[in-house]
Design a binder for this molecule. Structure first.
Ligand code: C5P
Length: 228
């Protein structure tokens, strides 16, 4: 498909910082609309997990770019999140571990890595539509998206949500450590020169701090209904 025809396929971009609920909201909205889903954070996490496994350093742009070229990734909108498959196998548990989280924001700050992943991310724009979640979906990857949302929440609330999630999985985590990691990751993501986590000028900003998941999904669906 050429870029001029693919730009007719509707895209809803949902950008925002870690823990704002993008994954759950994107999965819920994609399922309700029957659209495809792209979890772009998982793309960076897959590169990071692969790099950790192969002993590739976060600064080794050349070898990281090589890893980016061999990423057999696919996604499905599950009940409460977008499910990630690598080579057809679900890999969510590994991708969500803290060492991968930290490494992913480091590899994501390299311009060569970001450039190497552009075509892969755009290849998910298929009919009947795409819900793409990440940091730069509305600004860099799909600047022509028909609908753009920036989902935010306070850092305390985001750390609380992540803590609860990891505890429920039986992981031994410390709230303060999570809070500080999240703050550091936010800073790296917001202040990096390439594709910083900032709202697109035409994005609708939704603050989910005091909203339930269902309320956020409804709010995003109402934005979609106004635009498509
Ligand atoms: O959203 P998630 O926490 O899974 O993303 C993991 C990391 O990947 C983030 O910390 C961020 O640095 C990076 N990322 C990015 N651009 C995106 C999505 C994620 O830089 N579009």
């Amino acid at each position: 498909m050429t870029s001029s025809t693919s730009s007719l396929i509707p895209v809803l971009t949902i950008d925002g910082p870690s823990g704002a609920g993008k994954g759950a909201v994107s999965a819920g909205v994609a399922r309700r609309l029957g659209w495809n889903a792209l979890d772009s954070g998982a793309v960076y996490r897959a590169v990071a997990a692969n790099a950790l496994e192969k002993g590739v350093a976060a600064e080794d742009a050349d070898r990281l770019v090589e890893l980016c070229r061999k990423l057999p990734l696919s996604f499905e909108a599950g009940d409460s999140s977008i499910v990630v498959f690598l080579d057809g196998h679900p890999v969510d548990d590994r991708l969500r571990q803290e060492d991968v989280s930290v490494m992913s924001s480091k590899v994501a700050s390299l311009p060569a890595v970001r450039a190497a992943l552009l075509d892969l991310q755009r290849s998910f724009r298929c009919l009947p539509g795409l819900v793409a979640d990440g940091r730069d979906m509305g600004t860099v990857v799909f600047p022509d998206a028909q609908i753009k949302v920036f989902l935010d929440a306070s850092v305390e609330e985001r750390a609380r949500r992540r803590y609860k999630q990891l505890k429920e999985k039986g992981e031994d985590v410390k709230f303060l450590r999570l809070f500080r990691d999240l703050e550091a990751r936010d800073r790296r993501d917001r202040e990096r020169p390439v594709s910083p986590t900032v709202p697109a000028v035409d994005a609708v900003i939704v603050d989910s701090t005091d909203m339930t998941l269902d309320e956020v999904i409804e709010k995003v669906l109402s934005v979609v209904r106004q635009r498509v």
